[in-house]
Design a protein. Structure first.
Length: 233
């Protein structure tokens, strides 16, 4: 499963309470990557790829909810996985990062980690895909745009550098998840809690951006409608 990025961003809300946003974004030259690779909750973000073991993502998020550090949780899962040499697994929690690429992943494969993010990919055109994805995030880290928008920008940068090398597979997909430790139940249209997928497309990253922008527009239209309805009652 091509390349992905996991991010954490600490922030302070209007009341001065410390929170974290967690996000993961991924794209690949296969359909329906959103069902397999990205996992996120208020405890962290995890991506499982290469020869995918979905349980690494599911259990990884569960372990983070139980209070395990991301490096302990994901390393423990890999140690119990007979397919470890063929896995890529990475993620972030409130304090740490973890990234792993097994030595039987298919070229080009590799990963990178920064203070608040991890990036990994396989079957890529080259290391420049990882480098561009990481650089794009770093250039806008903690920026004014929502994390979701900046994760899409990171995917765009990697895609523009070549992305997945399997050009004979035109049907692709992309996905995006963002969660926060802040209670957003009273703000159901917050981009800090968003789950978007493009399951089958020849232009998945561009379509993911369009889906994101249409989602924000739809939320705004709905909010305006129900506000007008309430005022007319």
């Amino acid at each position: 499963m091509t390349f992905s990025i996991c991010v954490r961003e600490p922030y302070t809300d209007e009341d001065g309470t410390r929170h974290h946003r967690f996000g993961v974004a991924v794209t690949t030259r296969l359909p329906c990557v959103g069902t397999l690779c990205p996992f996120a909750s208020e405890h962290g973000a995890v991506a499982t790829q290469s020869l995918v073991n979905v349980e690494l993502g599911r259990k990884g998020i569960d372990y983070l909810a139980d209070g395990l550090a991301v490096e302990d949780a994901l390393e423990a899962l890999l140690n119990a996985d007979e397919g470890r040499p063929q896995r890529q697994l990475h993620g972030v929690d409130t304090d740490g990062t973890f990234v792993f690429s097994g030595d039987e992943c298919r070229d080009w494969y590799g990963h990178a980690a920064g203070e608040n993010y991890t990036v990994a990919g396989n079957l890529l055109t080259g290391p420049e895909v990882i480098d561009a994805t990481a650089a794009a995030y770093e250039s806008n880290a903690f920026g004014d745009d929502p994390l979701a928008a900046r994760l899409i920008e990171a995917l765009e940068a990697g895609h523009e550098e070549g992305g997945d090398k399997r050009t004979d597979l035109p049907i692709q997909s992309a996905a995006l998840l963002v969660e926060t430790t802040e209670d957003v139940e009273d703000e159901p249209t917050s981009p800090d809690s968003i789950d978007l997928r493009v399951d089958a497309s020849e232009t998945p990253v561009a379509d993911l951006r369009e889906t994101y922008e249409l989602t924000l527009s739809g939320w705004a239209d709905a909010a305006a409608k129900y506000e007008d309805d309430a005022e007319s009652e």
